[in-house]
Write a protein that binds this ligand. Sequence first.
Ligand code: ADP
Ligand code: MG
Length: 142
Amino acid sequence: MKIIETNNAEETFALGRQIGQQAKAGEVYTLVGDLGVGKTVFTQGVAAGLGIEEAVNSPTFTIMQVYEEGRVPFYHFDVYRIGDVEEMDEIGYEDYFYGDGVCLIEWANLIEEILPPAHKQIIIEKDLAKGYDYRKITIEEY
Ligand code: ADP
Ligand code: MG
């Protein structure tokens, strides 16, 4: 387990970028944390680290967005608005989770029952006592 503390969005982005630079095809990254904690900022860093230049935002009307322009395909899920895990079946999630790209899932805790056993979990937390922009980022490999 690794704990990294950041004090602004740029540092969280830089951590994501570092992970994106090292990420390998077939890996699944799960992101857990409250609304506004920095999951998308981190994701944008990962995308940059993979060599993706186009803007990466949370897919609002789709659960998943594919980016093909990087070093390996990048599958960005944001399952915040998911009603039922069956919606994951409808988009054929297994092709991505067990595919040839890097998967990153925001709000992964909402689809816990279908997460691949092997994944890297990233938890982002605030601690207001340490300042409004402080974030504690815990990375654990399963
Ligand atoms: P989420 O995807 O978790 O809902 P976002 O990444 O969309 O959250 O938004 C995080 C917000 O918090 C951004 O406005 C960002 O600028 C701000 N922020 C402040 N400090 C940090 C930090 N240390 N790391 C990440 N984001 C931060
Ligand atoms: Mg988000």
